[in-house]
Design a protein around this ligand. Sequence first.
Ligand code: AMP
Length: 301
Amino acid sequence: MSLLVTGSIAIDTVKTPYGVSENCIGGSAVYFSMAASFFTPVRLVGVVGSDCPFDLAEVFADRDVDLTGLEVRRHSKTFRWKGTYGDNMNDRRTDYLELNVLAEAPPTVPAEYKDSRYVFLANTAPALQLQLLEQIEPGVFAAADTMNCWIENNRDDLKRLLKKIGCLIINEDEARMLADEHNLIRAAEKVLDTGPSVVIIKKGESGSMMCNADGERFILPAFPAAEVKDPTGAGDSFAGGLMGYLAQVGQTDYESLKTAIAYGTVTASFTIADFSLQGLTSIDKTDIEKRFETLRKLTRF
Ligand code: AMP
């Protein structure tokens, strides 16, 4: 079934103990699309400035990613982000964030995308996420991600967004910040009270947790990856694998969500093995299936 994503398309500079990757392609919508395209065709809605050094058509050349919704905006500048990871690879500092086009009007959803049944609002300004969702026909399965800067600076927009989505996929520190609650189960319950019927919390190398409005809980460890060079995009790839699988099977029930979390987990384990998109571009679907089976064996008892 049709899967639409909107989010950032970025010029990233990333520093980890394994090296520096300067001015490489990144952005939440880019990682998401690359990850989800292992499972289902993806429709990308995003905007870059005329300074964008990347040819997105080339980036996604051998993937089923439709770029009709990509806008190159004249006289605007592409979103830029720089992050540095500490020795333990869990702590990440944002060195700079230049919103540029993300602070402007949202890109338009092409008419032929309006019937999309699965929508992922990857990290970008919550006002843009809201405006995008308003352009889609009702009845979609809408999931969203957000992060600290939006929780701090755009909380009202975010509250409005939470009322309109079915699922929030968020990392643990941001869940605590959003709910103003340290305990993660209570934080998830507080978020569930504000709108979404499912909350999925990403906990980095500690795995993930799902809580729903019916009181069901599911936890899964991360895939035990031996190679970790650059965790950037892990969260977006997790969401991409998860939403890609849901759109592929056309289901959003609790059991399908559990399997989707496992696919999200293994997809993200490839992203972190290398800088930028290289961890995802150097594998095929068979590699994902092999790790999925390994994760299944590792967690069965
Ligand atoms: P993740 O590691 O999954 O959190 O995603 C990292 C990607 O998100 C990077 O490629 C960044 O360009 C992008 N990013 C960082 N901060 C933001 C933000 N505030 N809004 C949108 N995208 C962001």
